[in-house]
Design a protein around this ligand. Structure first.
Ligand code: CMP
Length: 410
């Protein structure tokens, strides 16, 4: 990677397209120097606060450049514009030379991620988790009812700490006493110098709804990110060595948006706010990594959001499979067999189907002779089949939309 920042200026005439949704030319992103740029998607899934007209100082294309996925948006110059073009391998140099821009990017990403997480849970599960430390008590109750004492004990403990006047404090204490004999390895506070932390499998690292001013880098092991919505534990992600989490509460000074639980024994490096600000200047590669991770998460969540809009449930299943192929960077040019790392039940969860409806759609999917289940994992004989089917349902939906529009005009 180059340490010298060589930025190039690019001019675009009014009306010119700067990037196109779906294309893969994603080795650079742009910062606007002069002019106005409009950003839009084929299907606008959610209204976004930032608006879709950008001006000087704003940036775009970072998500796809840093995650190396195809473009999720189109950008068009609304006026004659001058843009600063940054190649993605120059991002580290950009951070070194211009810390405020890097901070602005990750802060905006964190806010976008929080917003999109909320929209997605609202669309798929209807009910939003509460954004108040009193919600810690509900987290405790959820795990206590399932005999997951480590998690329950931790959440009750934090509830008492952050809501000492809370009306459930006595009950929480009683619960903690009952489960104390079954709890092991929990840690509640660390000295400021203790930046390396070890957690045994199934220990809560932090709970959703508690304040937090540290982020973590996984040195060893794996961590799962979960959230309780509508009395169900939703698995948001399983993170591995080298991954970073807990940045959202730190960057935005808000409550933890989800819980982190050790999925295996793990070792973490904890970074508090002061060290984080110092690192931005001294270890820009970590900030670059954080931007990449946030970009990948945002890319994935956009795809999931667009998936919820597909009306035909079988079409939604094919699209969910295609997203997984894209996420795992499976080349579509390769026509071979592919085994997914999940089975039919997980696929049903992904598209929000269950019960008899779910089974009926699954049955239809498996009627396709190119799709099988092998040792509880889905397998496709030829990956181009997934792309073909997804295209078919996208077209079908396009036709239906056009027909409805025509019916309304008639
Ligand atoms: P924070 O809100 O501090 O605490 C929970 C963390 O989980 C959050 O920061 C992110 O690091 C991470 N997180 C939240 N939502 C997701 C998601 N959809 N996918 C992966 N990680 C997430």
């Amino acid at each position: 990677m180059s340490n010298h920042l060589q930025l190039s200026f690019v001019n675009f005439k009014k009306g010119a397209y700067i990037m196109m949704e779906g294309r893969e030319d994603t080795d650079r992103f742009f910062i606007i120097r002069q002019g106005k740029v409009r950003i839009f998607k084929k299907v606008e899934v959610v209204a976004e606060g930032r608006g879709n007209i950008l001006g000087p100082g704003d940036f775009f294309g970072v998500i796809t450049a840093m995650s190396s996925h195809n473009h999720i948006e189109t950008a068009q110059a609304l006026t004659d514009s001058v843009l600063i073009s940054v190649r993605k391998d120059q991002y580290v140099a950009l951070i070194q030379n211009n810390t405020p821009v890097a901070m602005k990017i990750i802060l905006q990403f964190s806010q976008r991620m929080r917003y999109l997480d909320e929209v997605l849970t609202r669309l798929t599960l209807k009910n939003l988790a509460e954004d108040h430390p009193a919600h810690l008590y509900d987290v405790g109750e959820y795990y206590a009812a399932r005999n997951q004492y480590n998690q329950a004990y931790y959440a009750y403990h934090q509830y008492i700490m952050y809501c000492p006047q809370g009306e459930k404090v006595q009950t929480a204490r009683g619960q903690m006493m009952k489960m104390a004999p079954y709890v092991n390895g929990l840690q509640f506070s660390f000295g400021p110098e203790e930046s390396t932390r070890s957690y045994g499998r199934d220990t809560m690292i932090f709970s959703e709804a508690e304040p937090g001013d540290e982020l973590y880098i996984i040195r060893k092991g794996a961590v799962k990110i979960v959230k309780i919505v509508d009395n169900q534990e939703v698995l948001l992600a399983v993170l591995k060595e080298g991954d970073i989490f807990g940045e959202m509460a730190l960057l935005e000074s808000k409550l933890r948006s989800a819980s982190a639980v050790a999925y295996e024994d793990c070792e973490l490096l904890a970074i508090n706010r002061i060290n984080f600000e110092r690192m931005v200047g001294t270890q820009p590669q970590i900030i670059a990594r954080l931007t990449t991770l946030l970009s990948e998460r945002i890319w994935f969540i956009y795809k999931q959001l667009a998936n919820t809009l597909i009306k035909n449930p079988l079409g939604r299943m094919y699209d969910a499979l295609l997203i997984q192929l894209e996420k795992n960077r499976v080349s579509m040019k390769n026509f071979g067999r592919y085994t997914f790392d999940f089975g039919p039940q997980e696929l049903l969860n992904m598209v929000g189907l269950s019960g008899t409806e779910g089974n009926a759609v699954l049955w239809k999917l498996l009627e396709n002779r190119r799709i099988n289940v092998l040792e509880d994992k889905l397998q496709v004989e030829d990956i181009s089949e997934i792309q073909r089917q997804t295209e078919y349902y996208r077209k079908l939906q396009g036709f239906e939309k056009a027909r409805h529009a025509a019916d309304r005009r008639a």
